[in-house]
Structure formats: C-alpha cells, structure tokens
Design a binder for this molecule. Sequence first.
Ligand SMILES: *Cc1c(COP(=O)(O)O)cnc(C)c1O
Length: 363
Amino acid sequence: MAIEDLPLRDDLRGQTPYGAPQFDVSVRLNTNENPYAPSSAVATSIVARVNTAAAGLNRYPDRDAHELRAALASYVAGRTGTQVAHEQVWPANGSNEVLQQILQAFGGPGRRAIGFEPSYSMHRLICRGTGTDYLPLDRGADFAVTAERISAAVDEHDPDIVFLCTPNNPTGTTVPLDVVEAAHRATAGVVVVDEAYAEFSASPSAVTLLPGRERLIVVRTLSKALELAGARIGYAVANASVVDALQLVRLPYHLSSITQAVGMAALEHADELLKWVEVLKVQRDRMATALDELGYEVFPSEANFVFFGGLGDQTVLWRSLLDASVLIRDVGVPGHLRVTAGTPDETDAFIDAIRAITKETAA
Ligand SMILES: *Cc1c(COP(=O)(O)O)cnc(C)c1O
C-alpha cells in the first residue's frame, strides 16, 4: 500500500519528511554538527553514569528529570550570568522535541505561528506536525530582523507564537536583545528564541531577559557546541509557569534514564566539551575570509557555519563541491549555500576545493 492510499491527515498528503541528504564523503560540512567527538575521558564518565543507570532500568526514569534540570540550570547560569532555577529548565529529546512541546502547549489547530525566513526549517515542520498554522515572513535586508518588522508582523497577523533564531540558522546573523524584547512587548503570544548556537556567539543570551518576561522561552541544545548531537538532549529555559505548561503535554517519562545519565555526565565536563569552540570559530572565520576573497557575498556569522551568496544557481557549486568529496548544505535559498566549520583539515579541504572550482569557472 502506498502512502497516498492510507487514511492520512489531509494536511500531510504530498509532504516530504525533513532530511539533509546524507552521502558517504570524506568532508561532511552540511549539518552543523561538531566535528570533534567527546574525548575518551568524557566518554568514560558517560559510560560510568550509564552503567549505574542500567542497573535501574526496570524502573521508569525520574519523570521530571530533577537532577539533570539542576545541572542544566547551573550550566546556563554560568554561561549567561543570570540566575536560573531548576524549575525554569525543561529538557527533552533534542531541542526539536522541546519545540514540539511548546507548539503542543501554545499552538495547535486554530493557532498561528510566525517566523522570519530563511530560518530553521524545523520551526515550520513542527508547526505542520502539530497542526499549527505557520506564516513564513521575510527577514528583510541582509537577513536582519528589526523590531519594527516584528511589531508590524504581530499587528497584522496576531500570532500565538513568534519564532526568533539567534544566531540564525542558516544565515549566522544574530537578533539583538532589544529586538527580542520588542517582540515580547508587541505580542500577547509566546516568543520562542532558538539559541542552538549560543555557545559560538559573542552576543548575550536571551536568558538574560527572562526576569519579568513570562512569555519568553529560550530553547537550547547539547547537540552543537557540546558535541552531543547523537545523545538527543535539548532544553527550554523560561519562567517556571511555562515549564508547568510544557508538563501538560509531555509524554510521561519522555526522557530515558540513559539520556538523563548521559546529560549529567556531559555537563560535569562542559568545559572540556566546549574547548573546541574557539578552534571552530577560527575555522569559521577562515572560511568567511576565503569566501570573501573569492568574491562571494558572506554574511557575518556568530555560529559554527557560514552562509554565502552571489552564486547564481547554487546547485551547480554544491554539486561541484560534492564531486570533490566536500558536502555542504543547500538550504533552498536561491543563490546561497551554507557551510559548517570543520576541523582545520576539513576547512583546508573546503577552501582548496572552492578555490579550485571558482578559478576553473572564471577561466
Ligand atoms: C541544530 C539545531 C537545533 C538542534 O536540534 P536538536 O534537536 O537539539 O538536535 C535546533 N535549532 C536550530 C536552529 C538548529 O540549527
């Protein structure tokens, strides 16, 4: 039986699932992962914690993940300089699940979200999955979102949810805190600030805005800077009432004892996991400089990737790089591509390949 023959929801008919193309190439710079794996010391700590958790797997996990939330709260407080209580933190299986829970609680049928594109495509897809109406709006010049733009959009569309992403995937550009603040002031809905790349950014976190802003939700993850994409741990930081709301929709025991153990072990070693951030920022900036020198339009990035334009048909360059065994990302923005900062060797490979291709094309 084909999918068309199933009694599927009408709004899912003809849709395609999310997925970056996965190819077996030597240089994979397409999904913004950290190219560095947790060290063997960190892996050993993870195994020790998991070992203990394994002995208790006949029991359901701590439904409210108290210990992990306390560890995340102290990590976020340390990073942002803002006091965060464990009641203000809510972890799930990746920030994608956190986003889904936010939409289940504050979106859903009859409700509307707005986002400023290009941005993280999962915002739109999770809206679709939860039956939330999603309205894609343009970011405006240089992919910057201004307070005026957001206020006008809120006035016009009266959203229940406003998505902001900073540093923004795929552009790498940031949304200043005064813009986040203005968004919260303008809307009666919730403002979701996706900070998946916060640790790579020099800009202050929206967590610093939480005191007194009851409808602000900051979503973060261990998937990028903290090298744990495979562990599936993301979290919301918000005021405690928002966490109460998320608990209305979360599945009981959504976060396994194993996942909680991995998160605890990782956070004990946060400084060590974060030690590659500076190296990756240097590689990002090397890529940006090389792209600029080759005449591409480069957007200022505070994340672990670079977005660049001036390409005409971007699929041509994407394919040529793939032929050179360098996989980067076509996010579907005409004339633009995104490349993730890799190790110094991977970065060399990307720069060498794009130099050769660009010179060949110009010749
Ligand atoms: C990578 C990414 C995430 C991470 O999702 P996880 O489910 O935590 O792995 C979230 N938001 C944005 C904008 C991202 O780019």
